[in-house]
Ligand binder design. Sequence first.
Ligand code: UD1
Length: 416
Amino acid sequence: MNQLSITGNKTLNGNVIISGSKNAALPILFMTILTKEKIKISNVPNLTDIQIALKLLIHLGAKIKQKNNLQIDTSTINIFNAPNYLINKIRASIWILGPLLARFGQAHISLPGGCKIGDRPIDLHLYGLTQLGAIINVKGKYIHAYIKGRFQGKYIFMEKISVGATITIMSAAILAQGLTIIDNAACEPEIIDVAKFLNSIGANITGAGNKKIYIQGVSKLTGGKHTIIPDRIETGTFLIAATISQGYIICHQTEPKHLKTVLMYLSKSGAKIRTGKDWIELDMRGKRPKSLNVQTAPYPGLPTDMQSQFTLLNIISQGIGIITENIFENRFIYAIELIKMGAKLKIKNNTIISYGTQNLIASNIFCSDLRGAATLILASCIAIGITIVNHTYHIERGYDSFLQKLNKLGADIKII
Ligand code: UD1
């Protein structure tokens, strides 16, 4: 899927079932390398990023059955190098490094890819692994890493909060000798889910979800089962869909407590919100949202993965709104496409100031990253006229059945 025709001026109303979290499923898939026993994982979303992760595991020698759930057997892994054509497709492939080193003592992988939203260095991942005893050489586009015997537990202070590096260090510390403490760790719900999975197969991790994570190394992990948490970014994206179209939505099979900040801002913008154990209801009661001043920040702050959707909200809201992006330095490319659609905004360094536009106008627009693509599709659903959205393959990387779910809510999206 590369090009869409979207007839706009729609109000999005109804029910949507939220899929499993991409950013929890990806690291958990790579963590299965740490055990020789079989693992079953449920609620894995159907995404191209997940398919690439599975191809990587299969390339290494793992056996995978895809039924209602994923059944993964990594006992047959016998290759420790991962080729560029798979690794450079997804940023998450860096998470193969820690588990390969922990189990086999060596890993040779190319540098990872992913969305073009900034430099996206991996220095913190490599720093963490070397602190625990790995010897790492980066030559050209390849990382060659070794460890003699087991990783050695250590206190590690993270100078910058990084979701990815926190996960990499966890992966290395699980089978290490002794205690590892990750200080200034990322606190995202996906990190808690990874820790929950690892503990269920014999790891000894405490404190995940807090600034300090304690990992007492164990000598071996077992097999087991795990259900992936709901995708909080997918949930947030659908809540924005209803907000900007002055609609009404109930998101089912989600986790409201993972979206506290998002819900706080949406209710400030005028949405009436109710939550239950695993659902969120949002009602705009036909009103135009009010603009917001928001900043992205590590969890529990507003996720950077929701930044573009909140910019769209501001663009069509009443009043002047300001969005500040504090995590990635190049995450406003989508905004240029919104200007084509009539958005009145100014970009100044890492902020977007928007001056409420009542109606967006259809145009011919181009997606350049995953979350930006979701935002441009939502913008097209409310714009006046028929928008042609190009390069929409990005959306399949991170949203399971996005178009079908939107069409069920009243959108009119056709694949060209
Ligand atoms: C993960 C998510 C991504 C989300 C991001 C922040 C996945 C697959 N991706 O990305 O959707 O937007 O968290 O919540 O889960 N940094 C360094 N050196 C490093 C690593 C990171 O300087 O070695 C910087 C990054 O450039 C960025 C900041 O740290 O400025 C945070 O990045 P990080 O939390 O690591 O994001 P990812 O794990 O790449």
